[in-house]
Design a protein around this ligand. Structure first.
Ligand code: ZN
Ligand code: FE
Length: 255
């Protein structure tokens, strides 16, 4: 039996995500921006929360942890890096660790840069990756705690995932990302197709996530800082990927 996944809005532009194992009835929340919408989604499905898989310490990803843990006595899994304080943690995980959600297996990728503790969860059998604030659709997270080379490395880890893996991210930022990316690559046909799709989805009030890794690899400029077309888009032909990436990120910060 394959996993069931539900995605919904939390706070203003955060995504809440549940992954449910029909075989064991285990259900994990990927991050907990706030408790109420997560409880509502669980009750709508008749599911009980067994695990919270935290990606990083930011308040908009852990704000609901304490309340959910109290209500469900669920297990809280969080990044190994203890420099960032996350309360109520039961299990600390790092690169290569496997987290079980019932019979589902989540593999941990350390993806620092946005924060130093940031991790992503890959469910290989389900072909999904939960990349939170490292990789957004057509964008990436701001580099708050790490360096540009560190963040670029993290993006390369995610880019190594197969094209048919579905990407779930932490925020609905796709429309803004598309607008920025079109300024760098106005003639990228895959990006233009994604732009049209995003406009349609937003008009229908639907989320733009999940998306496929294969599509991101073609249209996301931040995943392609080593592509000559992207370097040319920021007038940095021949520059190192880490420098092109840094330039893209700085331009996006100011946009
Ligand atoms: Zn964050
Ligand atoms: Fe966030």
């Amino acid at each position: 039996m394959t996993a069931e996944i539900r995605l919904f809005t939390c706070l203003t532009d955060n995504f809440g995500v549940l992954i449910h194992d029909p075989a064991t009835k285990a259900t994990a929340a990927i991050d907990a921006p706030e408790a109420a919408p997560i409880i509502k989604a669980l009750e709508r499905e008749g599911w009980t929360l067994t695990d919270i898989l935290v990606t990083h310490h930011h308040g908009d990803h852990v704000g609901g942890v304490a309340e959910l843990k109290q209500k469900y006595t669920c297990r809280v899994v969080a990044p190994h890096d203890k420099t960032a304080k996350i309360a109520d943690v039961d299990l600390r995980v790092g690169q290569g660790d496997i987290v079980k959600v019932g019979s589902l297996l989540g593999r941990v990728l350390e993806t620092p840069g946005h924060t130093l503790d940031h991790i992503s969860y890959v469910f290989d059998d389900e072909k999904v990756v939960f990349a939170a604030d490292t990789l957004f659709s057509i964008g990436c997270g701001r580099v708050f705690e790490g360096t540009y080379p560190m963040m670029w490395d993290s993006l390369l880890k995610l880019r190594a995932l197969p094209d048919d893996f579905r990407l779930y991210c932490g925020h609905e930022y796709t429309a803004s990302n598309v607008k920025f990316a079109l300024g760098i690559e106005p003639n990228n046909a895959d990006l233009k197709a994604r732009a049209e799709e995003v406009t349609r989805l937003r008009a229908e009030n639907k989320p733009t996530v999940p998306t496929l890794m294969g599509a991101e690899k073609k249209a996301n400029v931040f995943l392609r800082a080593d592509d000559p077309a992207v370097a040319a888009g920021v007038h940095m032909k021949g520059a190192r990927a880490t420098d092109v990436f840094g330039e893209l990120r700085e331009r996006k910060n100011k946009s």
